[in-house]
Write a protein that binds this ligand. Structure first.
Ligand code: 13P
Length: 249
């Protein structure tokens, strides 16, 4: 399976810059070995999907509600994302777990809703700095994995997992290569424990301060099935350079 290089644009990009970035990616992405995905904010998702229609770059949301529709002011459902042109959705990002109080149980419900709407979920897990300092990183990630992933997560085309240590996001710090390899091996073992053989097929992305300079080394590590990229996904040159590293990885 190709490595997945996914850009999480977070709360960046007005319409004109979003479409310009999408057009630059459309031109630059053709012919690469990696699978490419961008996840723009809701407000520009349809415009980005239109700019990328028929290209090598897929489009996803950054979150969705667990219900299909209803009285949920300010929320967006999985069918709405699909309708706007998304085929993927990021769920349980630490910025939602920590800033919006999302529990693993809620992330699991959202994942069920995403799959039901025909979206491929990317479920995020990762320990805080305190958890790692106390040697509790595997336990923290293990709880998130057992709580966030619904039955059938690994079936069919299957969901994707993203390991993003909270302390590495937007900080320029990354775990050592051994730390990434150890955590990815742990996550693989947990996926196989939960889902049997299908758990061996789930791609496990690394996220947290991935840049063109470190992407090649990170993407070459065992069990790293791609990358989830924040800051470096906001410029076409950086995102495409990382995609190029994946092709070599
Ligand atoms: P940065 O690449 O900016 O560290 O963000 C990572 C991230 O949170 C992607 O979801």
């Amino acid at each position: 399976m190709p490595q997945l290089i996914a850009g999480n644009w977070k709360m960046h990009m007005l319409r004109a810059e979003a479409v310009a970035l999408a057009q630059a990616l459309r031109t630059g992405a053709a012919g690469g070995a990696a699978e490419l995905l961008v996840c723009p904010p809701f407000t520009v998702l349809a415009a980005v999907a239109e700019a990328l229609a028929g290209s090598a770059v897929a489009v996803g949301g950054q979150d969705c509600h667990q219900d299909k529709q209803g009285a949920h002011t300010g929320d967006v459902s999985a069918p709405m994302l699909r309708d706007a042109g998304a085929s993927w959705v990021i769920l349980g990002h630490s910025e939602r777990r920590l800033n919006h109080g999302e529990t693993s149980e809620l992330v699991r419900e959202k994942t069920v809703a995403a799959v039901a709407a025909g979206l491929t979920p990317i479920v995020c897990v990762g320990e805080t700095a305190d958890q790692r300092a106390g040697g509790g990183e595997a336990e923290a990630v293990g709880w998130q994995l057992s709580g966030s992933l619904p039955q059938g997560f690994a079936d069919g085309p299957g969901g994707v997992l993203a390991y993003e240590p909270v302390w590495a996001i937007g900080t320029g710090k990354t775990p050592t290569e051994d730390e990434v390899a150890d955590m990815h091996a742990f996550i693989r073992a947990e996926l196989v424990r939960q889902f049997g053989d299908a758990g061996a097929q789930v791609r496990i992305l690394y996220g947290g301060s991935v840049k063109p300079a470190n992407a090649g080394a990170l993407l070459a590590l065992p069990e790293v099935g791609g990358a989830l990229i924040g800051g470096a996904s906001l410029t076409a040159a950086d995102f495409l350079a990382i995609a190029g590293a994946a092709a070599r990885g």
